[in-house]
Design a protein around this ligand. Sequence first.
Ligand code: OXD
Length: 354
Amino acid sequence: MFLMWFKRNEYITLVLYEPYMLLIFLYGSKKILNFMKRTKIKQACMSIAICFNNKDPKPWAETLRKKLPDVEVEIYPDIKDYETTTFALCWKADRDLLTRFPNLKVVQSVGASVDHILNYQTLSEDIILSRIVDDNLSADMFEFVLAGIMSHIKRFDNYGLYAKDQQWQPIPYKSIKDVTIGVLGLGKIGSYVASNLGALGFTVKGWSRTPKEIENTTCYFGEAGLRDVLQSTDILINILPYTKQTEDILNAKNLKQLNPEAYLINVGRGEHLVENDLLDLLESKYLFGALLDVFRTEPLPMDHPFWQHEKIKTTPHIAAITNVDSASEIVISNYRNLQEGKKLLNVVSIADGY
Ligand code: OXD
């Protein structure tokens, strides 16, 4: 049509045609520029939100800001724009807080567990959930458990009590070679603990949901396997993840199967233990004592009977504390992997909970 017109009136056509093309050109460039601007802003604003309760967020914020100087690292509740947050770093965040971030892509636990996320947040299917897997956590857990075991078999707790009344009273003790330890939970940390205790000369029996093979450890699985482990255990160590299937596993029925005067170390979750069952079993001397690092309610309430109980030692969830320096490297890799569209590290199945 233009060509016909052009032939008829060359001058008019040129005058009309050029501004028309110019307009198309200007309109197109504006669209392209806007698109580029939007994408750039989005990339620059992919911020990290730190959402913690019961843990100081400042060391994490400082470390991440130092290692990722171009990234906005914010601490909840001081979030400027919930829309630009794509990556949330969590420890016991407020219930359903994460639904306030509409563009969240990754939820990163700063611990080895994710139950504090799965039980309190609603995660859409496309969210990637990740946890910390760090050799420092395994080593610290092993040292904590070893300290608890040694203090128990050498009866340090009794001497602590005797010292209050200046009682000089030797008590029989046990040697490593005579002690059988049951380890519930043979994930990364549990298997490290089991194999290192075995290497020290303890007899170690490990239990997990699915069959495992671990050095220095006889491994069991399933219902029957749990019975086999419990029925020969002097010291039971719980390092299971907390899921619907493992809730209340430390109950009277299971704990009564342990060897006489057995000792319980719980470094899994408070929800694994039926607290009243433990108190009853201590009272009736089925169990010798317990070392508990985790509780159903944390901090442990002031009036909780565990505080003053002679046979219970409590520690404030410190068995294996995430090392910010080494764990932040995992967080940074995951943040970069997200940006570059690569696979993230230590991804957890939202359905299985571990
Ligand atoms: C953890 C914990 O999950 O400390 O890392 O319990």
